[in-house]
Design a protein around this ligand. Structure first.
Ligand code: PMP
Length: 372
């Protein structure tokens, strides 16, 4: 069975597993304890992992806060900014194609009296800068926009978005879950990004671990937000709770590997994506339609309409040979809000399949597409 659902999750890299094992067994110390060796070893392992994730995204080590994943990171930043800065304004801008962990958090805040603007997107799921600019208000305290879309792979023009937020002095958070480890992310080139979320399991790390980048201000202090989890004060008081050392070590290793192999993987995935597109076009010609763009995207993600087919049945019938999905695993019971937002009809949405590859696949594996 060929696994082509890497936007949902990825397999753990064997080196990640090896790196984690000691911290599940003999190195069981609490990194917040002191002096004895298992505690010091755990502390050093966390330090190293923090450095690996920071260098993958071009941040300082102290700007990384470990969380349980992007759902938590998104909640923490959006609720944390809303709570801390509510006396400065109550307006938030996001888009219609965000992950539910952003959209539902924004809806929750609307119930608490915040005003949220949900930007429209173009046919590839990108926001328009002009539209964005026109929606900024004097009381806008936060902009939260996805960097790379989980269903279409399209990248927002993060550079221009970040520049605009920088000029206007407005906090920008980006959900970068689908891009970290897959496309180049160097936060030193994006001074306008104040917050970023990522999850380890999207780039061959373990599940249940992620990171939040919080930029330091000019006084070298982390940008203030209200914590989501109060308690023992771990993670600079921003995220309390005993650190999941084994998972953090796994995330760090995955980040280190992703950094080393980024260029090579991008090339490989781009080639494999064009190969699959070619086979599908040859085989199905006008019976298919691609929803994704061919440029400015996460490599290796294809969103394809199989005209007249029912995507649920198709995914089910393909399951013995390939693992694919109708779209996001987090909202698989409902028709995709992302595909609806790019203007597809309900029939088009219900005929769409997402194929998402990883560098663990070889081109030869893709021959299977010829037999569909
Ligand atoms: N944002 C995006 C864009 C995602 O694809 C996902 C995972 N599907 C999340 C957030 C949530 O990540 P996690 O489930 O690891 O918390």
């Amino acid at each position: 069975m060929l696994y082509l659902d890497n936007s949902a999750t990825t397999q753990i890299h064997p080196e990640v597993k090896e790196a984690m094992l000691p911290y599940l067994m003999e190195e069981f110390g609490n990194p917040s304890s002191k002096y004895y060796s298992v505690a010091e070893n755990a502390k050093n392992a966390v330090k190293e992992a923090r450095h690996s994730l920071a260098s993958l995204i071009g941040a300082q080590d102290s700007e990384i806060i470990f969380t349980s994943g992007s759902t938590e990171s998104n909640n923490m930043v959006i609720k944390g900014v809303a709570d801390y800065y509510s006396n400065q304004g109550k307006h938030i801008i996001t888009s219609k194609v965000e992950h539910p962990s952003v959209l539902e958090t924004c809806r929750y805040l609307e119930e608490k009296g915040f005003e949220v603007t949900y930007l429209d997107v173009d046919k590839y799921g990108r926001i328009s800068l002009e539209d964005f600019k026109s929606q900024l208000q004097d009381n806008t305290i936060l902009v939260t926009l996805i960097w790379g879309n989980n269903e279409l792979g399209s990248l927002n023009d993060m550079e221009s978005i970040a520049d605009l937020c920088y000029e206007r002095n407005i906090f920008l958070h980006t959900d970068a879950t689908q891009v970290v480890g897959k496309v180049e992310v160097n936060l030193s080139d994006y001074p306008g990004i104040t917050f970023l979320s990522c999850s380890g399991h999207k780039f061959h790390g373990p599940k249940g671990i992620g990171g939040t980048f919080i930029r330091k201000d000019r006084y070298d202090l982390l940008t203030k937000i209200t914590p989501l989890l109060h308690g023992g004060g771990q993670e600079q008081g921003i995220r309390s709770g005993t650190l999941a050392v084994h998972n953090i070590v796994g995330l760090g290793k995955a980040a280190e590997i992703a950094k080393q192999s980024l260029t090579k993987n991008i090339k490989k995935l781009e080639e494999m994506e064009s190969y699959v597109s070619m086979i599908l076009k040859d085989k199905f010609s006008d019976q298919i339609e691609f929803n994704h763009d061919n440029t400015q995207k996460i490599p290796g993600v294809l969103s394809v309409q199989f005209k007249g087919a029912n995507n649920e049945l198709l995914v089910k019938s393909l399951a013995p040979v390939m693992a694919v999905s109708t779209g996001s695993a987090c909202s698989s019971s409902k028709p995709s809000h992302v595909l609806a937002a790019i203007g597809l009809s309900i029939d088009q949405v219900r005929s769409t399949i997402r194929f998402s590859m990883s560098s663990f696949i070889e081109k030869e594996d893709l021959e299977i597409f010829k037999e569909l």
